[in-house]
Design a binder for this molecule. Sequence first.
Ligand SMILES: Cc1ncc(COP(=O)(O)O)c(C=O)c1O
Length: 396
Amino acid sequence: MIDEPLPAIEGGEPMFEEGIGYGGQSISEDDKQAVLESMEGDYITRGPTVDKFEAAVAEYVGVDHAVAVTSGTAALHLIGKAAGFGAGDEVITTPLTFASTAHAAVYNDATPVFADVKRDTRNIDPESVREKITDDTAGLIPMHYAGQPCELDEMLAIADEHDLTLIWDACHAIGSTWRGEPVGSHQDAAIFSFHPVKNITTAEGGMVVTDDDDLATRVRSLRSFDMEYDPAGHEDEPWFQVTEGVGYNYNVTDLQAALGLSQLERIEEFKQRRADIINRYEEAFADISGLQTPTVKDDVDPMWHLYAVEIDEGFGCGRKRFVNAMHAENIYVQVHYVPLNYHPLFQSEFGYEPGQFPNAEAVYDRVVSLPLYPAMDGQTVEHVIAAIRRLHDYET
Ligand SMILES: Cc1ncc(COP(=O)(O)O)c(C=O)c1O
């Protein structure tokens, strides 16, 4: 451990020689073996291993259908289309998310309508959602920030009262539960991302999970060219495969699915490791002023994707300097998220501007995601803590 008082941003030796990120995958020998074995099969594109991965995720979440696609973004695109979002429709979501959440509306010519978040959990505020509902509202897309489930009962009630399609962006939250129920098991549908920083990975990948037979059938068809492979009346013409609409090639490969199946077997190990790292952080941060740890609700058991803390005046410096100081230490902390009303796309296309979402923007001003990933060892955790402590000591 480097034992000098000067933070790297002030000329001290960086805490890490090589950079560490805020997230990342853990790949075991079994994971590698699974991928290698899948390459021996007859299929390396979408084949029987994708079917198995879908069945395993459906069983894990407790739903009838799981449809694997190339990314969380693709999942949002297809579920938005399958749900029938289109021109003239409004879809309510959070501004404190990755742009793809809103793209479930945008890709389908619908309008994303942002509702502010709760200041403590950073999840969409049901009261704010209610205020945004109009005759044109067609759907709701809450996002489980950092892995902590939203207020599911409230959101389900709103969807029910107004007959809205409810899609859960659960990209952060496979492995989390709400009142003992797995995230992803609630209707109408949920989507996951399997990007390397997420709770389990397939390198790139995503999934739609639902109990709704029609949504699942539609997403399955759209994923693969919207092609009818066995049209009625052409039973003796096996080559006669025709497109029924504008579909996509969002097919995942058996190689990815083999990795996904192997990772799913490790999900409890990952969940525990993430929790252990956070416990150590919280113990260490108890006496660091101005560093606020996340608020956790009683009725949730999150699988934490992010460990997003807030830096306020008591720390001695602001969030901007904190991030730059950590980067100087070769600790690549990240900010989740620049609110979508700050993005040129949402400003120019939909008229958003800064100042419209006080809670999301207050989070944005202070929040920073510290390194959290299952392959992070104890020594690395201690070095991150030491870097934060020496910056704090220097600034106060
Ligand atoms: C909340 C949220 N939604 C959607 C996405 C998009 O997922 P992907 O990167 O798999 O396309 C991400 C991932 O970056 C995300 O964090």
